[in-house]
Structures are given as structure tokens and as C-alpha cells.
Design a binder for this molecule. Structure first.
Ligand code: GUN
Length: 292
């Protein structure tokens, strides 16, 4: 059984990005600049954004963090988005989700200039991704594709079960795995209303779990020799930790891993790759690789 090391893979890719950035700068080019907007004090979001800023440093990017209290109005946030859209020094930016209830998330996402949408959440990028055109692909699915490729996991013609149908992971993952130029696989999307979910999952060569339910995937749901990708990162109470919690994936790792050909751990699997792919998208934004 192979443990797919997302942390090491991400470190290697970030080193490649850093080398490219220094070469661009040495030739008189511009250092990529990522801005992140963080609203409120959600613990998970704080950690993610902090790690994104740190990753920018590792890659040699400029970064700007804009923080707002959770009483910011939708209008004020849309004004911030508009300013970032027009700021010529900023190549790409993200608005960390979730947003407070009184702000319409989709309205904010659609206000972002799709040419700076390094999260790949804008409908222009989602649509272009779905029909296989160059675009910003959202970071978690792109990170999973990259891990499968770097670990030589064959996807072409294989049965893939995607658990979850979120806009951020499940939907784009299923779309990419289906497409000839990416996964070229036979894809089944399983969700809270799927009948025979366990049986369907147990037929898959590759299981991608993104439902946000700790240890949902049990050994009976995984075929012998399957590859399992765990996207879950739920904080569960753990009194043995200084923080008081630990991250639990969607997969019961202890029980499932002995059956697998390969599996991602939590933490250290998909998570570090997600941030790394955001860096790759920011590099592409800086190079105007997809859009002028
Ligand atoms: N919240 C959870 N994942 C993400 C992400 O990839 N990008 C943003 N902006 N917010 C998130």
C-alpha cells in the first residue's frame, strides 16, 4: 500500500514554482501577486488563509491579506472585489469561503473578474473547465488530478466514484475525471440521496471522498486494490492535542488503508496540494497564461 504524500509533492511543486518566479524576475518580469480576502474569524478559514500567505512566500510571490469583520456589508465586500479587479498590480485574488449568512456568496463570486479568479469558482471558469477549454481549474480537483498523475495511478477507462456534489470539489472533480484530456474515466457521483451508495462505491477503482462526514468511508465500501483520495478535513475534538482538536478525513484510514493500492492521509494528503494548486494558478495568472 502506497501512502500518497501530498505534503512532499506540494513542496516539490512549490520549489519548481519558486525557481520559475526567480527566473521571470531575473529577466525583468513581474513577481506574481496574490490577494486574499478574509471575512470574520472562522478557525478553519483563518488557518487556510494563513497557509496560503505562507505558501506565497515559499513561491516568491507578493501577497496581500485583506481582513474584515463579519459585519461587513455585501455592498462593502463587492466594493473591495471591484477595487481588486481594477488593481493592476494584483494578478489574482480569492475571497475565502464560507462568507457570513447575510452575504450572497454567489453574487461575490460572480463579481470577481474571471481573469483574476485563481480559485476557478467564477461561472466563466467553471463553464470553460466543463468543456475542456484553458481556464483556472479549482484547486482541490486540480490537486487530486496532479497527485494521481505524479503517483502513476491509471485513470483512463477506470471506474471512479466521487462522493459529494459540492461546487468546489464534487462537481468539478466528476467533470474532470470524465473528460478525455484529464481523467478519461467512467464516473459515478454519489451523494446523500444515492441508493446503494455502499455497493456503488465498492465497485470503484478510485474513490474520491468529499462529503465532509468524518470516517464515512468504511472498509466494506472499498474494493481490494482501490486507490482512495480523502478530501475531508473535519475538526474533531481531541483532548490529547494542544489545539483541542485534530483533523479527521472522510475515510476511516485505519480500516480502509490495508485494502488500498494507494491512499491519501489526513492531514498531509489533499490539503497541501490544494494550496499548492492555488499557487500554480497564481503563477499562470501572473504569466497571463489563459487570459490577456
Ligand atoms: N473554502 C474552502 N475551500 C476554499 C477554497 O478553495 N477557496 C476559497 N476561496 N474558499 C474556500
Amino acid at each position: 500500500m502506497t501512502i500518497i504524500d501530498g505534503k512532499a509533492t506540494a513542496a516539490a511543486i512549490k520549489a519548481e514554482i519558486k525557481a520559475e518566479v526567480e527566473s521571470i524576475v531575473a529577466q525583468g518580469g513581474k513577481r506574481p501577486h496574490l490577494a486574499a480576502v478574509l471575512v470574520g474569524h472562522d478557525g478553519g478559514s483563518e488557518t487556510y488563509v494563513k497557509n496560503k500567505v505562507l505558501a506565497c512566500e515559499e513561491c516568491g510571490f507578493t501577497s496581500t491579506l485583506l481582513r474584515y469583520e463579519d459585519d461587513i456589508t455585501e455592498e462593502q465586500l463587492l466594493h473591495t472585489v471591484d477595487k481588486l479587479n481594477r488593481d493592476e498590480d494584483i494578478d489574482g485574488f480569492i475571497v475565502q469561503l464560507p462568507l457570513p449568512k447575510h452575504i450572497r456568496e454567489q453574487k461575490v463570486i460572480e463579481a470577481i473578474d474571471y481573469r483574476k479568479d485563481v480559485d476557478g469558482f467564477h461561472p466563466v471558469n467553471v463553464g470553460r473547465m466543463a468543456i475542456g477549454l484553458p481556464c483556472f481549474i479549482s484547486a482541490t480537483p486540480l490537486g487530486i488530478l496532479t497527485l494521481l498523475r505524479r503517483y502513476n495511478v491509471e485513470t483512463s477507462g477506470k471506474k471512479v466514484a466521487v462522493l459529494g456534489r459540492s461546487n468546489i470539489v464534487g462537481k468539478p472533480m466528476a467533470s474532470l475525471m470524465m473528460q478525455k484530456q484529464y481523467g478519461d474515466a467512467t464516473v459515478t457521483v454519489l451523494h446523500s440521496h444515492s441508493q446503494n451508495l455502499k455497493e456503488e462505491c465498492a465497485q470503484a477503482d478510485i474513490v474520491i471522498a468529499a462529503i465532509g462526514q468524518p470516517a464515512f468511508v468504511t472498509a466494506d465500501m472499498v474494493k481490494e486494490g482501490a486507490t482512495v483520495i480523502d478530501v475531508g478535513t473535519t475538526r474533531v475534538p481531541d483532548t490529547t492535542r494542544k489545539s483541542g482538536f485534530r483533523l479527521q478525513g472522510d475515510v476511516d484510514f485505519e480500516a480502509v488503508s490495508p485494502k488500498c493500492a494507494a491512499i491519501t492521509p489526513v492531514p498531509g494528503g489533499v490539503g497541501p496540494m490544494t494550496i499548492c494548486m492555488l499557487m500554480l494558478n497564481t503563477l499562470a495568472a501572473g504569466k497571463k497564461e489563459y487570459y490577456k
